[in-house]
Ligand binder design. Structure first.
Ligand code: GLA
Length: 396
């Protein structure tokens, strides 16, 4: 079992529905090593799945309804077939995500006419919400994995990641890209996942054996529905249009510099971040595979500067924890991760440095009076089905 959430979800299911679940679907959260705000511009990303994630214990129902109990929120959502109709009344909060997943899943498994078999779900997460570790994609992918299992449908990582992204874009009002759900659906333990978000081509990149990845939670939070995330996406589209391109992926640094004088200054800086971040995300896999600490450290430092200065998605707490980490001699590289504004940063650290988290916590607390949390990871695996008290069934 990857974390406690799978075993907990099974117990919660039993209490909520009075029966043992058929099995538990578990999907990991992720920490993005480099390549932020590039996915929705058709660019490159390098996320790493976590061992921590979200579990959905499931069992089939005799009707066509989906009953989902969220143990973290203490709430139940009931979704009936008519609720999936386009005209169905407005849904909000986590119920909008759940309904969106069902609508988009049904559209991808054989047309809107197909009746889905009903399911009971009990969901439990081990991820902090709003921390930049992709808790919403883990929820969506765990539910999708459970729905496929209940309906005996083969798991297709790319199609299910598309369903999760569409649930966010069309039903939850977050204009995110494909990185988070694709990482949750297709990662390999011990490896980062290099994704070309235009073609969805991916490569598994092994982490250097002597390194560990430390996720550094600043204990500050943001909300993608109300943060400037969607505005950044719109700015990127405006910048691409000003440059006469379908997306910023198609634009080179030379083309950008040539157009600079005629461009709005803010749009220029947004485009500059995306175009240079794409280059860094393409260079990082080779530097990582070679365990080249100097090169990885420089790529992370450039990325951090670009995120804060040009893309303006930094935050004081993020800067403080990165500075605290970087003063430790065992820290090879550190940067903020994911959407930004608040939440988590990531550090690549020499595996032998036992005092890294204690020293970083002390320095961070001294500057901010906040108590951080740390998760050390070597990279978790993709979404999988677990049978309580047995091993994963990862058949694709
Ligand atoms: C959020 C989104 C992702 C991606 C990152 C920034 O995590 O869900 O699609 O855009 O922000 O890289």
């Amino acid at each position: 079992m990857p974390d406690d959430s799978a075993a907990q979800a099974a117990q919660i299911f039993q209490r909520a529905f009075g029966a043992r679940p058929a099995a538990v679907a578990h999907a990991p959260g992720r920490v993005n090593l480099i390549g932020d705000h590039t996915d929705y511009n058709g660019g490159h990303v390098l996320p790493l799945a976590l061992e921590h994630g979200t579990a959905a214990a499931f069992g089939a129902r005799d009707d066509f309804e989906v009953h989902c109990f969220s143990a973290d929120l203490g709430e139940t959502a009931v979704i009936r077939p008519g609720d999936l109709d386009p005209g169905a009344s407005r849904w909000c909060g986590w119920r909008a995500y759940l309904r969106g997943v069902l609508v988009e899943w049904r559209a991808r498994i054989g047309g809107n006419g197909l009746a889905l078999r009903g399911a009971n779900l009990a969901v439990k997460t081990a991820l902090p919400m709003g921390a930049g570790l992709s808790s919403s994609a883990a929820f969506e992918v765990a539910v999708l994995r459970a729905l496929c299992a209940v309906n005996r449908i083969r798991w297709r990582a790319s199609a299910m990641a598309e369903a999760a992204r569409a649930a966010e874009n069309r039903h939850a009002g977050v204009q995110c890209g494909i990185m988070d759900p694709l990482c949750a659906a297709a990662a390999r333990a011990g490896h980062a996942l290099s994704i070309d978000c235009r073609s969805l081509r991916r490569r598994h990149i092994e982490l250097p054996p002597g390194w560990r990845v430390v996720v550094m939670d600043t204990a500050t939070r943001r909300d993608l529905q109300t943060s400037h995330y969607n505005r950044r996406r719109t700015e990127c589209e405006q910048a691409a249009a000003a440059l006469g391109a379908a997306s910023l992926r198609e634009v080179s640094e030379t083309q950008l510099e040539r157009a600079r004088a005629k461009m709005d200054a803010v749009l220029y800086r947004r485009a500059k971040h995306v175009i240079t971040e794409n280059k860094r995300a393409r260079a990082a896999p080779a530097a990582l595979a070679a365990a080249d600490a100097g090169a990885v450290g420089e790529l992370f430092a450039q990325s951090q500067l670009s995120m804060t200065r040009d893309f303006e998605v930094g935050g004081d707490a993020l800067s403080a924890i990165i500075a605290a980490a970087q003063t430790h001699p065992a820290c090879h590289a550190a940067r903020q991760t994911g959407a930004g504004f608040a939440g988590c940063a990531v550090a690549l650290v020499d595996a032998g440095a036992d005092d890294f988290t204690a020293v970083t916590a002390r320095r961070y607390r001294r500057h901010t009076h906040l108590t951080p949390a740390f998760y050390t990871t070597r990279g978790g695996g993709a979404a999988a089905i677990f049978h309580p008290a047995s091993n994963a069934d990862n058949a694709d």
